[in-house]
Design a protein around this ligand. Sequence first.
Ligand SMILES: [Ca+2]
Length: 360
Amino acid sequence: MRNFQFAKVECLRRNLPLLYALLAIFLVSALSPEALAAKKIIIDTDPGTDDALALMLALNSPELDVRAVTVVPGNVTAATGLDNALRMVSLANRCDIPVAAGAQHPLFQKLITAEFWHGKNGLANIELPAGKCRVDARFGPDLIIEMVHASPHQITLVPVGPLTNIALAVEKDPSIVPLVKEVILMGGSISGGNVNAAAEANIYNDPEAAQIVFQAGWPLTMVGLEVGDKSLFSKKYFQELSQTHGPINDFIVSVVKFMMNISAQFGSPGAPMYDPSAVAVAIDSSLVKVREMHVDVETRGEFTRGETTANRRGDVERNVLHGDRYVIEGVDKVAPNAKVCVDVDADRFLELFVSRIRGK
Ligand SMILES: [Ca+2]
C-alpha cells in the first residue's frame, strides 16, 4: 500500500511540469484575444477644457484603443475645435489616430460657443505648439460609418460634445446602428440643467441631433450631470497631480487649474469632470450606478428645450379620445432606451484619472 502511494506521489511529481503546462494552455485559451484586446472607441469632441481631460484620459488608458477623433462644433467653432484636437493629439505623439472635421453647425439652430467657460481658444488659453499631426480628409460622420462597418460590433462611440456628428452618421447610414457595440455619451441630466433650469449643455446645443441619437435603438449609456457634478476635481487631486511632470501631465495641470478657478468664482470647491466621466465609464463601468429608463429629448418646450426627459416609472397612461375628452383606459409599459448613470464612485474615478495622467 505504502509503495503504491509512493508511486502515485512520484508520478505526480514527475508530471508536475506537464500539469503546469496544461494549466497555462487552459488559462491562455480561456482568455480569448477578444477579451484581452482593448476596447475600440471613437471620440466625438468639441474641445473644450474638459474634452482635453477626456481625450488625455482615453489616450493614456490601456483598456481603450482610440481609433479616431471626430470634431463637432460646440464649446468652440468647428475650426477652432479641429485645431485644438490636432494640437492635443500631437502633444500625445499620436499622429497615427485619424482626426477628422465634422459638421459645421448644429442641425436646426445657431451654434452657441462657450469661450466664457473654456477660455478664448477653448483650451484654457494655453497655447499648445502647432500640431504636427495632419487632419484626415474624410468627413467625420463618414469616418464613423466607415469604421463601424470595418469593425462590426466592436466600436464604442464616446461622444462628449453636441450630438450633431453622431446624428448625421445615423441619418446617412442607419445600418450602422446594430453594428455599433455601444454609445457612451456625456450629456443630459435627470435632475435639472447646467445651461438653464432644464437642459445640459451638450444636449441643449443640438436637441434634434440628441433625440435622433437617443431613439436610434443602440445600447446607450447616458453619463450626465448626475456623474459630472458629483466628480469634482478638488485641491487634493490638484496637489497630487502637480507633484509629477511630463508634457501631458503639465498640460492637464494647467487646464484643471483654469477650470478650478472658474468653478471657484461660482462657489464650487472643484471643477466638475463632465467629459472625462464618459471615458471613465468606457474604461470601467463599475464606477457608476445605472438605471434603465426611456429618455426623450425635448425639442419644443418653452422652458425645457434640450431637456432629457427620463421616464423613471417605466410606464405611461393610455389616454383615449372619447367624444370631446380623453379617458384614461390603462397604463402602457415603455421600453427603456438608455442606461442612465444615477450615481458615481467619484473618488475612485478621480484617482483613476490622476493615476493615468501622472508623469505622462
Ligand atoms: Ca465637450
